[in-house]
Design a protein around this ligand. Structure first.
Ligand SMILES: *Cc1c(COP(=O)(O)O)cnc(C)c1O
Length: 381
């Protein structure tokens, strides 16, 4: 089955008791047993819920994996993966990692003896030198936030396999429609389904997909034992979002391409970061491992200061100033003061994260209106 068909049909079937075509929201905490231990496969809703099961099967299909395991948020999903590690283990991770992921590794897990090492992943020989006997997990995020660097998933996974190290790819920014890390050699895929998968900015949700039975068993165990499970209504909303995932992402990519081009030729714009440009340093890797170049575009201003940035942010009307991404509506963010505010200025300037850098999450509105909005907002900066 191809992607669009899987998005709509995988894991879901008409409800056996009524024929309802849409998976019902099984809003229940427990299930009646006919005799002790005699039941229909459902005992208690932390352990199993039919709405969640349908979503898990659907997500596994979208990532070409065997097992999908859902959690109450993207970070709860990551937390479950980290719980499979032991004291003394080391994670080698992308250096421009999502802030919440960095915080989870350094502020929560380090005190349990799991150490994070954050390195650039554009030079494979360098990466290989960072791996030690203690390295048990390589954590990749690509495209990265907000500089939209692309990491070669296949190349990193090949090194990891040689050394017997597991790899996990945070695939949130690409979505399963654009990129399938398991096909490129990754062992685990993580999604903040809050973003593109849900796609309507109305639910927090996370998922892990793997084809490795041993990893899946550990994660199902942790899902039940630690209990960071999503409620059935959240699972329903994610399932509903997925039905249009391919159509939404396709449109967002198309809009992003036009907006990136528009910004590149604008006299007040300094630099545009978009992996679809031929002169993007990782363009060829993006082309190799992604179906299209995504809906995220970052740029900074010729007047490269916070005042100009604030002026622009004040003036956009269709682009709302907010954290998050991947929804149907367009968002604008200012990483230097929002998501990356805790990173020292010197350090962020080194990677191009300047005072005026803007991150756009392009929605699926009519692109001409989005460009008009940017045009009028750029007038006064
Ligand atoms: C949002 C996000 C997360 C965290 O997901 P939540 O659902 O907010 O917990 C993890 N990784 C990336 C890349 C994200 O954008």
């Amino acid at each position: 089955m191809k992607f669009g068909t899987k998005a709509i049909h995988a894991g879901v079937k008409p409800d056996p008791s009524t024929g309802a075509i849409m998976t019902p929201i099984y809003q229940t905490s427990t299930y009646v047993q006919t005799a002790p231990g005699e039941h229909q496969g459902f005992e208690y809703a932390r352990t199993q819920n039919p709405t969640r099961s349908a979503l898990e099967e659907n997500l596994a299909a979208l990532e070409n994996g065997k097992h999908g395991i859902c959690f109450s948020s993207g970070l709860a999903a990551m937390d479950a993966i980290l719980k499979t590690l032991n004291p003394g283990d080391e994670i080698v991770s992308t250096n421009d990692l999502y802030g919440g992921s960095y915080r989870l590794i350094t502020k929560v897990y380090e005190k349990f003896g799991v150490k994070g090492k954050f390195v650039p992943m554009n030079d494979m020989a360098f990466l290989e030198k960072q791996l030690t006997k203690k390295t048990k997990l390589i954590w990749i995020e690509t495209p990265t936030n907000p500089m939209l660097n692309i990491i070669d998933i296949e190349a990193v996974c090949a090194i990891a396999k040689k050394k017997g190290i597991k790899t996990c790819v945070d695939n949130t920014f690409a979505s399963p429609y654009l990129q399938n890390p398991l096909d490129l050699g990754a062992d685990i895929v993580l999604h903040s389904a809050t973003k593109y998968i849900g796609g309507h900015s109305d639910v927090i949700h996370g998922a892990v997909i793997t084809s490795d039975k041993n990893i899946a068993d550990q994660l199902y165990f942790i899902q039940n034992a630690a209990g960071a499970v999503p409620g059935p209504q959240d699972c329903f909303l994610i399932l509903r979002g997925i039905k249009t995932l391919h159509v939404r992402v396709e449109r967002a990519c198309k809009n992003a391409k036009k907006i990136a081009k528009y910004l590149k030729s604008h006299p007040k714009v300094n630099k545009v970061y978009y992996p679809g440009f031929k002169d993007h340093p990782n363009h060829l890797i993006a082309k190799k491992q992604m179906r299209d170049f995504g809906g995220m575009v970052s740029f900074d201003l010729v007047n490269n200061d916070t005042e100009s940035a604030n002026e622009l942010l004040k003036n956009t009307h269709l682009f709302s100033l907010a954290e998050s991404l991947g929804g149907v509506e367009s968002l604008i963010g200012h990483p230097a003061t929002m998501t990356h505010g805790s990173i020292p200025r010197e350090q962020r300037l080194k990677v191009g994260l300047t005072d005026s850098l803007m991150r756009l999450s392009i929605g699926i509105e009519d692109v001409d209106d989005l460009i008009d909005d940017l045009e009028q907002a750029l007038l006064n900066v």
